[in-house]
Design a protein around this ligand. Structure first.
Ligand code: DX5
Ligand code: ZN
Length: 226
């Protein structure tokens, strides 16, 4: 049976000297999350197109690119060409969000929109019907290993209400500080794609953490043990 919850290990926490091995260790994940940071939109620099292409070659999972850049309008094509299956752009950075979403769809790629912790959920009203995924940041983007912001639970619930109101059902992804201690509640609040970096790759058995994150969020979602 297809799982109701997807898990997306973030390679920001992987061992880059052994990226292929680390991807093999999470072969039970539905997505691989690749953080693209430009040193402007966030105070850190990370991966570009060569890493996206390498991930695409090394995994059968969906390649999920999270673009933390100031100019997504001009650069999404680079990542489509490199093999991204899903591209999420920040609401705060996009100049023509609808134009980007249409373009991603025209090119056969799933489209996501991301909001930072201090961006109101209500800004999504105008775009919720057009995207495949909404990513609610549960830390200020830029670094792995940060503490989960508790207000995220309420923001997820608000997003679910907004989706219901618009009769729109994008995937709801959460990113930052996700771990076994909050996965259940995240599922209960409506998140169905969990991004996790350090919780997965710092573990002895990353595949087990992927499975446990999925199981806990599924229990939260369905309100019962599987
Ligand atoms: C943060 C990134 C996250 C990061 C999550 O800006 O967008 O994807 O890798 O890392 P953890 O799970 O360690 O908080
Ligand atoms: Zn991310």
């Amino acid at each position: 049976m297809t799982s109701l919850i997807n898990v997306a290990p973030s390679i920001l926490a992987a061992d880059l000297n052994h990226l292929g091995d680390d991807l093999d260790r999470v072969s039970n994940a539905e997505m691989i999350h690749v953080d693209v940071m430009d040193g402007h939109f966030v105070p850190n620099l990370s991966f570009g197109t060569p890493v996206v292409a390498a991930v695409k070659q090394a995994t059968r999972a969906l390649v999920d690119v999270h673009m933390m850049v100031t100019n997504p309008d001009e650069t999404v094509d680079w990542y489509i060409d490199a093999g991204a299956d899903l591209i999420s752009v920040h609401y705060e950075a996009a100049h023509d969000l609808h134009g980007i979403i249409d373009h991603l769809h025209e090119r056969g790629v799933l489209a996501g929109v991301v909001i930072n912790p201090d961006t109101p959920v209500s800004v999504l009203a105008g775009v919720i019907e057009d995207v495949d995924l909404v990513l609610v940041m549960s830390v200020y983007p830029g670094f792995g290993g940060q503490h989960f912001i508790e207000e995220t639970y309420g923001r997820l619930r608000e997003l679910v209400k907004l989706c219901d109101k618009h009769d729109a059902y994008p995937l709801i992804q959460v990113d930052g500080g996700v771990s076994l201690s909050n996965a259940r509640q995240l599922g209960a609040c409506g998140a169905n794609v969990l991004v996790a970096g350090s919780a997965v790759f710092n573990a002895h058995d990353p595949a087990m953490i992927v499975r446990e994150l999925r199981d806990l969020a599924t229990i939260g979602l369905t309100g019962r043990e599987e």
